[in-house]
Structure formats: structure tokens, C-alpha cells
Design a protein around this ligand. Sequence first.
Ligand SMILES: Nc1nc2c(ncn2[C@@H]2O[C@H](COP(=O)(O)OP(=O)(O)OP(=O)(O)O)[C@@H](O)[C@H]2O)c(=O)[nH]1
Length: 491
Amino acid sequence: MKRPGFPLLVTVFATLLAVALLAWLLVAGGKGERRLVTVGLYENAPKIYTAGNGRPAGLFVELLDAMARLEGWKLRYVRCAWADCLKQVERGELDLMPDVAFSVERTQHYDFHRISVTSQWSQVYCAPRLKVLSLADLAGKRVAILEGGIQKPLFDNLMASENLRYRPILVSTFDQGFAAVMAGEADAVATNSLFAAYNGRKYKLLETPIIFRPSNLYFATGKGRNADLLRRIDAHLADWRIDADSIYFEALHRAMAASPEMLVPHWMMWSLLGLGGSLLLLGSLSLLLRRQVGQRTRALETITRELESQRADLEHLAHYDVLTDLPNRALFFGHVEQGFAEAKRNASRLALIFIDLDRFKPINDRFGHAVGDRVLQQAARRMSECIRASDTVGRIGGDEFVVLLRDISCAEDAARVAEKIRAALSQPMSVDELELSLSASLGIAVYPEHGEDEGEIAKNADRAMYYAKDRGGNQVKVFDPAMPPACPLGA
Ligand SMILES: Nc1nc2c(ncn2[C@@H]2O[C@H](COP(=O)(O)OP(=O)(O)OP(=O)(O)O)[C@@H](O)[C@H]2O)c(=O)[nH]1
């Protein structure tokens, strides 16, 4: 194959160079054709203002910046006072003026797009020392009002309609108007609702009920100029206002972030603060007091519970035997007394069984007192297991026990129970490693056969018990008057 010659290479290279040059020119030229849009920038936060970093900010700026990015506009913000800005727009020295309220008079000098950016109303704020409830209260007063602003003609008309006159103090920003009232150079200021909502915290002025015409806000251009800008602005607003996630609503929320402030007189604020502080103090004291009372109450409840439990323990100690937990002599004979009263009332029978362990002392002596204690406890348990719930067993001495049997039919009933007890006690007892044998002597006396009252019955049961013991123990004896007298009870 024949290799391309030198002229051909030069031609290809020159062609590529020409194409690259053309592309660059097109791009560079395109850049150069970006539409420059000059915009009036004045101070009216939160709609349009200069931020702390010196850059334009606010609702109108955010929206215009977003449109410029989409449209390829190059924006140049020009700082000017409101009235001056408007004049420059009218003369065509500025392309756009943001934040202009629509009015028929203004259409003679300006063009507006059709979809409003937002709305506001106008309102008068006054110095805290003034009381302004109606337009008449502003008669003869100095009212700061924005030069060239929508409020001026509207407020003039409002006052004129009620034959009132006021002294307008023309200012070039709303900030100046508020500052003039603060400095005592004006009595009140007419402003827009958005500015007041955003800046109210800064200036402690009073909101008055004088609210006048709501107005829609737009970008404006000089008459007959920049119709293409207005068309594009409308197109974007139309898109954004139907999309809740659009930049339009984001910017609107940011602008409205400062909540409208309720401006209240200083004395009222301090009074409320004082009242709040006092209530807080009282609340804290009451809480503290309640806590202390609560603590004391809980402590007292604990002490009361402890005392109650100690009282119950003492009560128990007073009536029950510590070792066996059986009723002691006092409680037992209390039951006996009740039993006799019932028996006499109902003409029924009852019996007392006196029980004395046989040869208990040697157990103590041989195996020690602790073993003796365990034997007494087991004996008490066995006796309790042999009687009905309505009967009572008590410990009335070292190894002496008594059983009260209520409502029996005859002496044989008592003898059967006594025999049961005897048999239970004579069963071998395991204490620790030991297996012990025990026996008991039991004596029975029955009311009314063996005595008139509890003293006599007890004495005779004891006599029968001794009789059983004398016969070698481990047996039950029913009282018989022929039995010899016993040692006195408990002796
Ligand atoms: N381990 C122990 N022994 C006690 C208790 N109370 C009394 N005793 C003892 O029980 C014994 C009772 O005496 P007695 O009735 O004469 O002794 P006994 O060997 O049973 O004599 P008889 O009844 O005649 O068979 C005494 O040694 C007392 O010290 C107690 O609570 N625990």
C-alpha cells in the first residue's frame, strides 16, 4: 500500500485545527452571549437584603439565582435605595427590580409578570409609649414611611378618607423607619407584614391594629423592556408553585423561618417574667416540701411497720411458748375459761388432759439441754397432730402439757384422744443422730362429771396424771374420786 504523502498530512492537520478552532469559538462565543441581567438590590429582609457575608440574600434573590442557573443568565446586583432603584429600572439602567407591589399607577412606568412571587399586607407599628387603636390616634403624628414605597399612596388615601393629616417622615429603608421610631424621630412606621415578622424582634415596637391593603409582589422591569425576562420568570414560577419540593417553597420557608413576633410592652414582659419566676420558685418550693414530706412519711411508715411487728412479736411472746410455739399457761387457761363458759351455756361436756413426759430429766442430763429442747419440740408437734382444730394443746411447765377438748360426748372420747397422744409420744424420736424413746403419763378429768369449774377439773386431771405416773407411766388414767390427791399444779 502507498503511504500518504506530505501534502495530504498537512491538509488533514489543518482541517482538524480548523474544526477545533471553530468549536472553541462556538463555546467561547456562547459564553460571551450569556444574558447579563442587572438587578436592583435594596434592604427589605427577608425578601431581599445584603447578608452578613456581604452577598445578596432573601426570597427574591434565591428565586432569581435559581432561574439564572437554569436560563444561563449572568446576574449583577446593584445596590441602591428603594426609590432610586425604581427610577433606575424605569430608565432602563437596571433590568429587573425585585419585590415590587403591583399597582395600577405603577403599570404606567413598569411591566410586571403575571404570577406573583408572594403577598403581604401593610401595617403600622408604633413607639411603646403610644397607644394607637385607630387611624385617628395617628392624626398629627410623625409616621416613617418608605420613599416610593406602596405604603405611601395607600396610607395617604387612608388618612385622607377620614380627613386626617399626618407628618410623613420619608425613609429609604424600613430599617431606617423602625430606627427613627426607636430614636424618637418618628412616632410610628408603616411597613410590610413580612419585614415586621422578620425584624420585629430587633425593634421593640408595638404592633397596631392598623392594617391596610394586601398586595401581590413581583419582579418589575422598565415599561416595554425585558419582556423575555418576565416571560421566563412566569414560566419558572408556574412550574415551581405546583411542586411542593421546588426551590420556590424551600426559599419561601427559609424566608418565613423567623416567626411573627408578638410585641408587648416592656412592663408587661417584665411582669410576666416576674410572675413566671415566682410561680417557678413556688413550684420548686412546693416540690421540695412535698419531697421532704414524702420522705418523712415513708420513714414514719417504716417505723410504724417495725413497731407494729415488734408489738406483734411481744404479743406472741406474751401468749406463746418460745420453744414449742404452743399457747403458754396464761393463754391456755384463757381458752379453758372460754370453753367452760360455752360448756355451761350449752350444757355440753369438755375434758382436760394433763400430760407429763416420763423420765425426761435423764435425756437432758445424758444428751444435753439442746437435745432435750428438740425432744420437747417434737413432742409438742405430735400432740398437736392428735387433736381437732377446735381443741387446744398448751405447754404449762418444763415437760408438762395440757389438752383442752371441747364439746365431747363422754369421758371415753377424751380417753381415745389421750390414748392417741400417748401412742404418738411413745414412737421413737430421731434427734440428730440419736434415736430416743419417750413416754408420757396422761390424766383426764371431764366436766361436769369430775368437777364444777375449771379449777376443780384441772386439779383432778392433774391427780389422774400423777396416778398414771405412779403406776409406772406411759398410760392414760381417767379421774376417779378414789385416786389419791396429787401435788399442786406446777409445783
Ligand atoms: N431441755 C429442756 N429441759 C427442760 C425445760 N424445762 C424444764 N426442763 C427440764 O425438765 C425436767 C423436768 O423435771 P421432772 O419432771 O422432774 O423430770 P422427769 O425426769 O420427767 O421426772 P418424771 O416426770 O418423774 O418422770 C427438769 O430436768 C428440767 O430442768 C426446757 O425448756 N428444755
